[in-house]
Design a protein around this ligand. Sequence first.
Ligand SMILES: *Cc1c(COP(=O)(O)O)cnc(C)c1O
Length: 396
Amino acid sequence: MRVYLDNNATTVVDPHVFSEMVPYFCQMYGNPNSLHQFGSESHPALRKAMDQLYTGINANDEDDIVVTSCATESINWVIKGVYFDKIVNGDKNHIIVSEVEHPAVISACKFLEDLGVHITYLPVNSDGVVEARTLRDFITDKTALVSIMWANNETGMIFPIEEIGAICKEKGVLFHTDGVQAIGKIPVDVQKANVDFMSFSAHKFHGPKGVGGLYIRAGQALSPLFHGGEHMGGRRSGTLNVPGIVGMGKAMELAVDNLDFEKNNVQRLRNKLEDAIEQIPETLIIGTKEQRVPNTILVSVKGIEGEAMLWDLNKNGIAASTGSACASEALESNPVMEAIGAEADLAHTALRLSLSRFTTEDEIDYTIEVLKNAVTRLRSISSTYAYAPEWHVSKL
Ligand SMILES: *Cc1c(COP(=O)(O)O)cnc(C)c1O
């Protein structure tokens, strides 16, 4: 059996999404900016897709949604655009992010730090969540931007975005949220959350890779990252990825349509797996179920390196992860675990299991079986398990 439990890294393209995209490769392949029929015949599908995106996140007609190549691009655009607008060409010099942001946010901030920008990395609590009240103390009259994710990719923990949005609004500071892990998992309403910018990525919600978006609140300026042929109203030049946009629109529509399924069925399977893991002695699941997206489990299994566990699971056809997909080729500990305060040996034992609406009960039953056997086998040969001191779970 092959079981895919790495849906926070990427997801399978929904067949309905794929079939909507197909005609735009070999039949309606014109450049939508061209004045001939080849160009204009994709316009209805593009318009429909944009409508699906606006509806999916409850954007206002006056707001902008700009299609990009991925969330990494959207995130870089916001952070560097605000840098140009408010720091280079303004009097601000400070950006606030959480310390558990995706590497796209952290790396862009490190880059600006080298250019002299002051960056605050907000700490998280033992559940891995930024508390909104922490933020208030760090905002100064030099703060240009707050960037805090809606849900964390490692733990699945949901951040208090509405509260954070309200604080930013009150203080007059721009607010960007990385919404990648929220879409398709929990309701996302950009107006209710008071966000100025939100990044998202189609391949994280059963759309194609290579297409994402940036929501920009009505009237909000943001210097472009790509200058060129004035596509997307001049905000993001480059010939439109027509099949990608069509696919992302359909994927967004399905993501919203399936929210109840996610909350009920996906969550039930996740909880079944989680309950079985909790039966295994000396395992530690990060974050409460209530404040977590329905599909994610981050667990530490005492005495077993995450990589060893991945190897065993992979041999049995099961795909999981130890940490950020971008970092998983290096033998590094899980950065989010470290932020929570886990000691290195604990952070090395992280295992992330992330389900989707395509995960079946049989797959979960099989995974429980394989996981139990893997823990028994790996602990029996683990020197770190045999000699490990009592676990400092209380530290978490
Ligand atoms: C995957 C991911 C990204 C990056 O998305 P890409 O479209 O692959 O660039 C950013 N943030 C979070 C939280 C993610 O999970």
